[in-house]
Design a protein around this ligand. Structure first.
Ligand code: ZN
Length: 492
């Protein structure tokens, strides 16, 4: 019975976030191993769900879940957390001989004092299992991949959809290829080509626009049966590493030249569409004015500059300040601020109690001053719900204790833990019926659309100061090649 080792070390790092990612962040989000992992992942739409489905449908394989760790995108992973998680995975791999290894990475991890953390992780895994054991890796569409990655793995693939509704399918693809490699049915060889640009993710959805066309081109390449996978990568804009920037990875069956040429062809398609990725957005006041004037409701105002799933901190004040300045007379919801101490004060005040203080700029005031408020505690929750939307379907989420604070017509959600409001369950939890809401202000970005397109007929992306703000050239990159577009425009 062939033995498959499974491990996950999945994090998207924002080099400009003031919030480092320690081991406790992984413990609080996904920290699974062994049979508990199998139970937790069964039926979910993420990579672990794909592993369980593969093992159920391929009974010849005996799967062992080693450490499975992920957490919400944030600042760089601490060196201590990296060594702890990588060390545990490597120890598990060294403990016995495996017939194949599946590693679930993001591809845009940033680690304190270490450039190219994903590549380092793959190097350590390869060193642990030796050159002869097939290693398959899955990545996020926002991976910033170093071209040397393909020399260390036998097969790899990235998500093809943004929002990422194909996480499970990507794992299944990698596992099927590993099965084929072990059985001698295929001999993948890969190539990575890089785009000499850092792309903002705002216009990178795969339902429409330039990324949809590039994905369609890649699917066309896969009509050639020799192409085992063609994955375009948009890259993650805020990971300041030497591998920054978009690109493409292609695996072909025994044909390195074909893989190389195909990856270059995808990157050429990126180049042809480069300027379409850089779009302008309204500021918070303009976006909120449009939403308040909308006849179709709820109108969502989406602040990508503080999107927790892009390394935002759920702490920047600009959108709330603009919303309160507009003095809305219709029901509005604001999601959310991360402020565990304020939640505790709300719990002490109780439902119906008066509460005052400040909102935002708790972690950093470099994106604007805090907003003073005086309101009422409307609701308190334990912060637990299960995703019911298409992205991460079935995955339990914990926000820690949460509170809803009423400020006139505005309800503000405050949480104790960190998670983007990308699932309608986030609002069910807080007793909010979005059908009764006129304006929904949310710190989010493209992934929001997966769950809310059926709910919000109007979506207005805005740009406001924050760790994931739109203007990439305004950030001080230190490790990314300064020749990358649009970084060179900063010094020009
Ligand atoms: Zn992503």
């Amino acid at each position: 019975m062939p033995r498959l080792a499974i491990a996950r070390f999945h994090h998207e790092g924002n080099s400009f976030s003031p919030m480092p990612t320690g081991l406790d962040a992984f413990h609080a989000r996904t920290w699974l191993a062994g049979e508990a992992a199998r139970t937790a992942y069964r039926g979910t739409a993420i990579e672990g769900g794909g592993v369980v489905e593969f093992l159920d449908t391929h009974p010849a394989w005996q799967g062992t879940f080693l450490r499975m760790a992920d957490t919400t995108p944030a600042g760089p992973v601490t060196r201590e957390a990296f060594e702890a998680i990588a060390g545990e995975i490597v120890a598990g791999l060294r403990a016995q001989r495996w017939d194949a290894v599946y590693l679930s990475l993001h591809g845009a991890m940033v680690v304190e004092g270490m450039d190219l953390a994903d590549l380092e992780m793959i190097r350590r895994v390869r060193a642990a299992i030796g050159p002869g054991v097939p290693l398959g890796v899955s990545f996020d569409l926002h991976a910033n991949l170093d071209p040397r990655t393909v020399d260390l793995v036998n097969f790899a693939a990235g998500y093809k959809e943004h929002p990422h509704t194909d996480q499970k399918q990507t794992a299944l693809l990698v596992l099927e290829r590993l099965d084929g490699i072990v059985a001698g049915r295929c001999h993948p060889v890969g190539a990575i080509a890089k785009l000499e640009a850092i792309l903002p993710s705002i216009n990178m959805r795969t339902a429409e626009g330039p990324m949809a066309e590039i994905e369609a081109f890649a699917r066309g390449l896969e009509c050639d049966p020799r192409i085992l996978d063609a994955s375009p990568f948009g890259g993650f804009s805020y990971s300041d590493t030497a591998a920054a920037g978009g690109g493409a990875m292609v695996f072909a069956d025994g044909d390195a030249a074909l893989a190389r040429a195909s990856a270059e062809r995808i990157v050429a398609e990126f180049r042809r569409r480069l300027q379409r990725f850089y779009i302008a957005l309204p500021d918070a006041a303009a976006g909120i004015a449009r939403a308040l004037a909308s006849e179709r409701t709820p109108a969502a105002v989406i602040d990508g500059g503080d999107n927790p799933a892009s390394g935002g901190i759920a702490d920047t004040p600009a959108m709330l300040r603009a919303l309160l300045a507009a003095a809305p007379q219709v029901p509005c919801v604001f999601a959310y601020f991360l402020d565990p101490e304020l939640v505790q004060r709300c719990i002490a005040a109780g439902v119906g109690g008066a509460i005052s203080g400040t909102l935002g700029a708790r972690l950093s005031d470099s994106f604007g001053a805090p907003v003073s408020f005086s309101g009422t505690v409307l609701r308190l929750t334990d912060g637990n719900f299960v995703n019911r939307g298409p992205m991460g379907h079935g995955v339990p989420v914990s926000l820690g204790p949460t509170a809803v604070i009423g400020l006139g017509a505005v309800q503000v959600i405050v949480t104790s833990l960190f998670e983007t409001a990308n699932d309608p369950g986030f609002f069910d939890l807080h007793g909010i019926d979005l059908a009764q809401v006129a304006v929904l202000c949310v710190k989010a970005k493209n992934h929001f659309r997966a769950g809310f397109t059926p709910i919000c007929p109007v979506m207005i992306d805005i740009d406001a100061p924050g760790p994931a703000a739109l203007d990439i050239a305004s950030f001080r990159f230190r490790h990314a090649p300064p020749t990358l577009y649009p970084l060179q425009s900063r010094s020009a």
